[in-house]
Design a protein. Sequence first.
Lengths: 255, 262
Amino acid sequence: MSRILTIAEMAFIEAVRDKILYSILVFALAMIGSSAVLVTLSVGGEGRIAKDLGLACITLFGVFIGVFIGTNLVSREIERRTIYSLLSKPVRRAEFLAGKFLGLGLTLAVNIGVMAIGLIILAWALEDHWTPRILLAVGFSLVELLILTTFAILFSTFSTPTLSAIYTLLIFVIGRLSADLMQFASQFGGPSLKATMTVLYYLLPNLARFNLSGAVVNDLPLAPGTLALTAVYGLLYAGAVLGVATAVFQRRDFR
Amino acid sequence: MSQDSVIRHPTSWIPPARRAQAAALAFAFLALTGAFVTARWLEGRAGDGAERLEPIFFPRAEILRPALLGFTGLAADLTWIRTVQYFGGRMEHRERFPQLYQLADMTTSLDSHFLDAYLYGGLFLVIAKQYPNAIAIYEKGFAANPTAWQIPHDLGRLYFLELHDYKQALHWWEITDRLPDRPHYIPRFLIRLQAKTGHVETALELWRQLLERSENEAVSEIARREIKKLLEEMKQKPAPDSVLQQSGQGAPHAGPSPGRPQ
């Protein structure tokens, strides 16, 4: 466990030294802040516009951070050949990947935490009351991003950073659409298409489940049981993808 | 060679790299000025602001929804801002609002819980005198948000103030009265409306109940005044409750509202 934590710490330090991270963070905060100007164009719904835009920014910029840093974490070690010295030590490949995942997860948590603080302050300034439910939406966004991170790590174990980034972004799109695809298949498709779509639906991540912005912004009730199950689903799915990534990484030959 | 005979360029003291940088900045400034002038010229050719705000294409919300990857709330917000700008721009130029309903409908289809879009959208449509469209937006809002008292309240107000359909106003304010957090004045509105729709005896009874319940002197005073007024009305003509019940007009009309867009 200590080896995993050490690798996680190093991955976190490496990620926060990356200048692209700060560029994304500054841009995200500027976008969240810009909603203060955008709301002046509206009549009604000022608070919800700021929250909607802020939560969308947190998710989108979180995806960028996860993709750009996640796809480079493993490939950079291979490119710099530091992986040889690392794996020559008593470190298992599974520990290496788990450490990288935890490090990136921490980086994401810190970054979207900073964005969430910005959003909460803005929402408080616009609505004149504290809206802690934003944190709930941000928390589930983090779970969604952790799943995407595991995909970024999986793809980076066997592909180039550019291709890994493209695959991960596609997973985000498919994951957000999986429920819609299922619905389309049930409306228009034949039995074989329906069966295929059902298999794909359960195989691919249903990322739309982690999108609580509509419920939070409109102050709709959220069932605690459903939320708990959604979080469990997310963590189990992330674990499964990390397992596949480890299996692929085990077979990789570094000679 | 004497020092005076050397011809020096006025900017020769500036290092060449700096000169190139200054030239590039000067070029950028000139190009930007040119772009600004061109943009102003184009704006002058494009006609007035209201025309430029005209939406051209409205995809159906069901088709648009998957393409938004879950960011439907944000899309609804942006459509709503567009609606407000469209309304404001056309209002300023005293023009008609042919696409106002489509914009409000698109906003509320993208986010069916966007309460302000129903309320202000309905109000804009009322101002545009598109009453059937306003009713459609309010009814759509009430179907999606059956516990939001604001929507039946505003729909009742439309029937009362604009269409003078007191039975429908009564119907929607009765619904408002049953919803949580409704304003305190709704019971008084209801009683007055009961009287307006011919239910004088019912109205009298409701005012008496309010007078008994009231702990507020101002409300009690209003109740006393209304009771007195109703009693005077009853002295002048027979109680219309019985007449209305006989002719089958007693209950407020609860079916589809008249004038809904097809």
